[in-house]
Design a protein around this ligand. Structure first.
Ligand SMILES: *[C@@H]1O[C@H](CO)[C@@H](O)[C@H](O)[C@H]1NC(C)=O
Ligand SMILES: *[C@@H]1O[C@H](CO)[C@@H](O)[C@H](O)[C@H]1NC(C)=O
Ligand SMILES: *[C@@H]1O[C@H](CO)[C@@H](O)[C@H](O)[C@H]1NC(C)=O
Ligand SMILES: *[C@@H]1O[C@H](CO)[C@@H](O)[C@H](O)[C@H]1NC(C)=O
Ligand SMILES: *[C@@H]1O[C@H](CO)[C@@H](O)[C@H](O)[C@H]1NC(C)=O
Ligand SMILES: [Zn+2]
Length: 362
């Protein structure tokens, strides 16, 4: 029933073009060639010259022979980056608390800690269950740290089949807030509902005024592809405001090779609001649906998915072009993942926020 309705809505939207004088074979060829590798149209990325990244990206001075950088945030708090990922550790009087273990930092994290203190790692906190941020956790197996995470993180990790030996299950979990006290260090963990991923935590070290929130704000840069591969966009968007309620000077973002400030949170919040409004405008009559999907309908009669793909692709491209025109040079690399992030925003508006344009209640 649903498919039939969708099909008819699309065909209706495309009007007479569905029966237009297109050579099906040629059109199909073109569609296949553009879709071989990725959801975005256009030539392969190796041929694309993206805009130069502006100075706001301000990368950490990574020693090329070491391949990593350790920043001292005072009061025993340190952050580590290898250029693309970042995490944090806190040296206490009793041992070290490590937050996340990105596999790309890997053993460099052990070196960073080992060159800072002789104390053992006693606690390991997972921000969320994603392997690209905690897949290096088993490197700490030998020191048997107490692993702490939100209950959702335990639930997700234990439901993986097979289980991942590189991400040992947390020993201590909680639902709302948890205050971790080790020696002289205090780290407040709080959960405000699903955002980037279920279980993704806000962390705050009050003595040092340092916050940590992973995969939400990308300081100086546009978000990574598909809004940072986030699963619940309304919660991810709201997380910007939640982060601003903490009294911090800098925050560790999990990505890019610098820390973030409140100004970075406010700037990305504006960017996301603009993309949200531009994507809503695209859905609500921002482009000619008939022109966008007519050739695909003609080339693929009876193939509802093909029509929908054409619709979503033009909606996302319309939104991406509109947003990028205002943000190029303001944040780094807005032109690189604009399509993929607009595509994610379009999907979120449609199914999470009920902005359905031509597919609303009929
Ligand atoms: C806690 O102790 C460590 C290790 O002695 C020290 O480096 C750090 O500055 C102390 N932090 C606080 C907040 O007292
Ligand atoms: C200190 O850092 C160097 C370079 O990364 C590394 O080779 C060495 O093993 C580290 N020392 C400790 C005690 O971890
Ligand atoms: C690390 O320890 C956990 C148990 O805490 C175990 O399940 C896992 O297989 C170990 N991983 C590796 C790579 O040794
Ligand atoms: C958790 O802490 C935050 C502040 O960090 C607070 O707003 C929230 O009400 C707390 N939630 C619970 C369940 O205690
Ligand atoms: C671009 O987006 C803005 C909202 O950010 C909207 O008002 C405008 O209509 C859009 N323009 C196009 C061509 O989609
Ligand atoms: Zn993630």
């Amino acid at each position: 029933m649903q498919l039939i309705r969708v099909f008819s809505v699309l065909s209706l939207a495309a009007g007479g073009l569905a029966c237009g004088p297109l050579h099906a074979h040629d059109a199909e060829h073109e569609v296949v060639a553009r879709d071989t590798l990725k959801i975005a149209p256009g030539p392969s990325d190796t041929q694309i010259q993206f805009a130069p990244v502006p100075s706001i990206v301000d990368p950490a001075p990574i020693d090329p022979t070491l391949g990593y950088f350790v920043g001292d945030l005072g009061g025993g708090v340190h952050w580590v980056t290898e250029g693309a990922y970042s995490n944090m550790f806190l040296v206490s009087t009793h041992g070290v608390i490590v937050v996340d273990a990105p596999p790309t930092i890997g053993r460099k994290l052990l070196y960073a800690i080992g060159n800072t203190t002789h104390l053992p790692v006693t606690h390991l906190v997972y921000s969320h269950f994603h392997a690209d941020h905690i897949g290096g956790a088993s490197l700490f197996n030998a020191s048997h740290p107490t692993i702490i995470a939100h209950a959702e993180t335990l639930s997700l990790l234990s439901s993986l089949s097979p289980r991942d030996p590189l991400r040992p299950l947390p020993h201590v979990t909680f639902q709302g807030n948890y205050t971790l006290r080790v020696g002289n260090q205090t780290l407040e963990l709080s959960y405000h509902g699903p955002n980037h991923a279920p279980g993704n935590l806000f962390m705050y070290a009050p003595a040092q005024r340092v916050a940590l929130l992973i995969d939400v704000v990308f300081p100086g840069w546009a978000p990574f592809s598909e809004l940072g591969i986030s699963t619940f966009i309304p919660g991810w968007t709201a997380a910007h405001d939640v982060l601003l309620t903490f009294d911090f000077d800098v925050f560790v973002a999990g990505h890019v090779s610098r820390l973030g400030t409140k100004d970075d949170v406010l700037l990305q919040k504006k960017y996301i609001e603009d993309m949200h409004d531009s994507c809503a405008a695209a859905i609500n009559g921002g482009f000619d649906v008939s022109a966008a999907i007519g050739p695909t309908i003609a080339a693929n009669p009876g193939n509802t998915w093909a029509e929908f793909k054409a619709y979503l692709r033009v909606a996302a491209q319309t939104c991406a072009d509109n947003t990028t025109s205002r943000w190029l040079g303001v944040l780094g690399a807005v032109d690189v993942f604009a399509f993929e992030s607009a595509y994610r925003m379009i999907e979120s508006l449609r199914v999470e926020s009920d902005v359905l344009g031509p597919f609303g209640v009929s």
